[in-house]
Design a protein around this ligand. Structure first.
Ligand SMILES: [Zn+2]
Length: 100
């Protein structure tokens, strides 16, 4: 990894990932398959200027996620994470309104 490359935090991937996931995974916790570090996805280092989006582990730099859109197809590679977990008790941003 080139240390001089600029990156954003994982929150910047929220828009693109919302095209695939019904929940906001930037608040999810993932474990890096390389070093075992567990952190919120929002803390990942996001490189938006690669072909597609590339999120790297904030600790070791290993690739956690790659997202590439080619024409009408989206390719999502999550091999860099052992798991991704969400707290389902936390409210998600949604346009759903509940009537009382
Ligand atoms: Zn790592």
């Amino acid at each position: 990894m080139n240390a001089s490359m600029n990156y954003l935090d994982g929150n910047a991937a929220g828009g693109e990932l919302s095209r695939i996931f019904a929940v906001d995974i930037t608040s999810a916790e993932g474990q890096c398959v390389n070093c075992g570090e567990r952190r919120r996805f929002a803390e990942a280092h996001l490189y938006p200027d690669c072909p597609g989006l590339v999120a790297r582990c904030a600790l070791c730099g290993h690739v956690l996620l790659r997202l590439v859109t080619i024409e009408q197809r989206v390719f999502l590679d999550l091999r860099g994470m052992t798991y991704l977990t969400l707290d389902t008790t936390q409210p998600q941003q949604s346009s759903t309104q509940v009537s009382i």
